[in-house]
Design a protein around this ligand. Sequence first.
Ligand code: ARG
Length: 713
Amino acid sequence: MIKRLLIVLCVFSALRTNVRADEGMWLVSMISEYGQKNLSELGAEITPEEIYSINSSSLKDAIVIFGRGCTGELISNEGLILTNHHCGYASIQQHSTVDHDYLKEGFWAKEKAAEIPTTGLTVSFLKEIVDVTQEFQDAIKTGVSEPKRRSVIDSITSVVKKLYSDSVSGYDISIRAFYSGNKYYLFKYQVFNDVRFVGAPPSSIGNFGDETDNWMWPRHVGDFSLFRVYCAPDGKPAKYSAKNVPYKSKSFLPVSLKGYEAGDFSMTMGYPGSTDRYLTSWGIEERMNLVNQSRIKIRKVKQDAWMTDMMASQAVNIKYASKFARSANYYKNSIGMNLGLKKLDVLNSKRKLEKDFADWIVTTGSQDKYGETLNKLAQGYEGRAKFYKPDLYLNEALVNGAEIFSFAGKIGLWASGRKHMKVNPGSAEIIETIRDFYKDYDVSTDKKALVAILPVFFGEIGPEFIPASMQKVKSGKMSVEEYVDKLFKNSVFADSTRLISLIRKGKFGKLVLDDAYVCYNEIRNLRNNLESELASYADLVSAGRREFEAGLKEMYGSSKVLSPDANFTMRASFGHVGGYSPKDGVKYLYYTSYSGILEKEIPGDREFSVDPRLKLLFLSKDFGPYADKDGVLRINFLTNNDITGGNSGSPVINKRGELFGLAFDGNWEAMSGDIAFEPKLQKTICVDIRYVLFVIDKFAGATNLIEELKIVD
Ligand code: ARG
């Protein structure tokens, strides 16, 4: 135990001398360890205290968790939040109808009274980070089994959470493992739920280039949207109320019109969701051949079915826009990641690292501690493959594929708890849930998706993993079309009027016997069985991973700082503005400009049409104060900050602590970056803040918003 603590201390003290730009998503509370000297060497004028401080206001007070998986930042002292268009997308979609299609037309509140309250959207401020590793280490005895370890961790987690919640009420507390369970930190958040939609450009600006350009450079997208956080008059979080007032955060970001050059310092702050930089070769094979492959195969056919209907109907398009984007984003990411992992030969460099690790164990006599580590990983990953594959396919094809099964599951589970009751408590809420679901659901689109998915699903896994009610289709006794037709014809879940009426009458027994719900239960049982088959292998994997990361830290000593994998906690990364070379003979510039939008224009196209008013502003070069020194309006730019999904909406901050861009994407050539950082290739793609202001001011005429900002020139 003491030795392990020493290792950790060793590594952290190494941070002080070893910080560098590019790789590393540093936990914000660790930045003071870097010291002012390191930051200045990178070109920053701001101090670590100005980035993260518990006692006085710092940049961290201007950064929020936006919704469930994005970052946002405060840009005025009236609670105005800037994030990506693709982060606000679900809320914008939720409020769109064929008559008020905010996705298509955009939306601008010209006064606070016109802002649109959202439902289910929250904004969270980080209040404090506490290192609670010691509490966990004291409780976990060395050598305990993985299941025992998990249960100790669960109980310590709730004890520690309670300890901290008692002192400050009204806060959300979460505890996260770092370095695969070698460290633990506690996070205190204040969560606000009166968040209102303030403005967004039309998708032809906010999502220009859509799936074709997604994950690619060169890029030309105004990927931003605006929201406002409100609180009770006393400053505390409160449910929506007309009496609420705009929240004044402890700090907000000034906006810079000064622009940037290649080589300028850049810092991002935000919430990277997950990376797997210490994944071993066996884990990479699993990721490529099972996880990514199942996603690629199933989503392809599902998305094609959706898109056909989306193209044919504006109503279906609005219903499926956000679901489609979410699915397509990691579909394309998985393709790119597999290509990148192969091209950059990540598997072999990992095998080499594993060989070095094995040699190091021998030379240092560390067999007692690490002698079994690589074996555990090999056995764990190899052993679980035959169960993991069907589990992944059941999930992609049926749980996330056809919507009817998980919907039937949700409502059916609720009903099964009530089937013997005379009264039916909670009906009003469940009817609300059904209406919400149906707002974004099209029965005939879902049918087509299931018809497309099933043959692929059957082709990938053995008959023993196919739900019983689909066996006759798998064996060819019934056609896929016949099965799907019958399922949808008989199921009450495919008919919201019938469903709601049955619930009103309290006829829950009918829901529980429904074909779709029966099939949902078959899926659930199959997956539960698979998961218990998997469990012992998964334990080998988790123990192996934890040991491997601890061992690597020992092996590198102070020669290399290992930055913690992303886990949706607030991180900062440091870098510089600059282009890259995607392949031999090609060099990419570090920014794009308005003329590129005109070059890409395809009139009437779903992805590449240009709004006529935007075009007019471009052609007359009416850029106002937002053009660069040379009179050109810049659109997007590149830095080498280390970010990943979840960082979307993160501020890009200059050496003085001012906002000059908004991070929104990564680049195609380095899609393997979540597993192995590529210093020469990996880039963050950002919107130039001057394009954001140009769209708000010149395109939308929302000068009310511009007036709120603190603009530095
Ligand atoms: N690749 C971006 C990210 O993960 C999201 C882009 C969303 N746009 C889209 N067309 N799917 O942050």
